[in-house]
Design a protein around this ligand. Structure first.
Ligand code: NAP
Length: 252
């Protein structure tokens, strides 16, 4: 229970890796704000699962692809934290929410491009900007990128651009935040099982598994455990880092 007494916000925590990260941080003792965009039922399910395991959590809604998304997020976060702790202090911020592209460059529309940038890159920047006033000294920020900033994929060029942008946050914010003992790092997952139907097709999973040195696809918990380390006191000497959580996919 190394995070007892800590508060955490995990964006995109209704499903996939965000769900596993929220559950892991709650297991470690943190009070977790489970953010979602549209799937309220799934976010409520995460809160229920955490509470069943003896943890504390609440759900917060915000569409981070809209201009007022970050304001809506922080209104809900402040309300939820104040109700439970009497303060809006935040110890852990995980910028995990993201949208994939899946469209070849030639077919990507300006609207699709803007959406990818808005949710994957712009929102994390403004979330950090807004969080600065709430972050406790010694707080932790983890931004989720992708192995696709290091491996070519012609169907995900715009997506990879958005993740390349999000990686800059750790590098440049690290010096701004270090005087307060706040660390900020990037975690780059490889192919990781989420609710996508492709993970129900054995042949597709076999093919994706071959990309990892361990010959399997990642499980959300594989990434959640890495994030939990970076969110802990043990990671106090790491900041501005790019952490490969691709199961060896980037080894080539
Ligand atoms: P996922 O299962 O696709 O879930 C996406 C999460 O983001 C959901 O909680 C969703 O909320 C939220 N979200 C989607 N659009 C949003 C919006 N406009 N505003 C706010 N929240 C929004 O996610 P995942 O596959 O675990 O991926 C998590 C992160 O890892 C993402 O940043 C992704 O790019 C990155 N990543 C994934 C993989 C992979 O193979 N899965 C690999 C590398 C990197 P709702 O449920 O309410 O829609």
């Amino acid at each position: 229970m190394r995070l007892t007494g800590r508060t955490a916000l995990v964006t995109g925590a209704s499903r996939g890796m965000g769900r596993a990260i929220a559950r892991r941080l709650a297991d470690d003792g943190a009070l977790v704000a489970v953010h979602y965009a549209t799937n309220a039922d799934l976010a409520d399910e995460v809160v229920t699962l955490i509470e069943k395991d003896g943890g504390r959590a609440f759900a917060v809604q915000a569409d981070l692809g809209t201009p007022d998304g970050v304001d809506v997020l922080f209104d809900g976060l402040a309300e939820g934290l104040t109700e439970r702790t009497g303060s809006t202090e935040l110890d852990i911020l995980v910028n995990n929410a993201g949208v994939m592209g899946g469209t070849p460059a030639g077919e990507t529309t300006p609207e699709q491009f803007d959406r990818l940038m808005a949710v994957n890159a712009k929102a994390p920047f403004f979330i950090i900007q807004r969080a600065m006033a709430h972050l406790a000294d010694g707080a932790r920020i983890v931004n989720i990128s992708s192995g696709l900033t290091r491996v070519a994929n012609p169907d995900e060029i715009a997506y990879a651009m958005s993740k390349g942008a999000v990686e800059q946050l750790a590098l440049h914010f690290a010096k701004v935040l270090a005087p307060r003992g706040i660390t900020i790092n990037t975690v780059a997952p490889g192919i990781t099982r989420n609710g996508n139907p492709v993970f129900d097709i054995p042949e597709a999973v076999e093919q994706m598994a071959r990309l990892s040195a361990f010959n399997r696809v990642g499980e959300p918990e594989d990434v959640a455990d890495v994030v939990a380390f970076l969110a802990s006191a043990d990671a106090r000497w790491m900041t501005g880092a790019f952490v490969d959580a691709t199961g060896g996919t980037l080894l080539g």
